[in-house]
Unconditional design. Structure first.
Length: 128
């Protein structure tokens, strides 16, 4: 769906929480507010179509949940696939079971964890 793709290109994540459409902007991206308002109005005008599209995407992700991240200070979507349960997608970023264990073992403070997540996202890296 074009309006969702445009929001994604501006750094927004759009997801369903029940029958409600929710979205958030990544902190380090600053798109034109006027353009975003126009897109959000389009999204509202095509809400039913957007909900169906997002439901289809959600079904493709199989297992997902929406949680509030105290570290990122916003709602995020966590999902995984049954065929590979050793990879969990946090805010669309894949984390392996080994990476999660390494982070737990290091007892990292929330600010450091936030920075690691942003670096992993920016460089599409892995935690060693």
């Amino acid at each position: 769906m074009e309006v969702l793709e445009q929001l994604l290109s501006y750094g927004y994540q759009v997801f369903l929480d029940g029958e409600n459409i929710k979205y958030h902007k990544k902190e380090d991206i600053s798109p034109d507010p006027g353009e975003i308002q126009l897109l959000l109005h389009k999204l509202q005008d095509h809400k039913n179509e957007a909900i169906e599209f997002l439901k289809t995407q959600q079904n493709e992700k199989e297992n997902s949940l929406v949680v509030f991240s105290k570290v990122l200070n916003r709602e995020i979507v966590i999902y995984w696939h049954d065929d590979n349960p050793k990879v969990v997608f946090v805010d669309q970023m894949p984390y392996t079971a080994q990476e999660i264990q390494r982070l737990k073992d290091r007892r990292i403070k929330p600010q450091e964890l936030r920075t690691i997540h942003r670096l992993k996202e920016t460089f599409e890296g892995q935690i060693q």
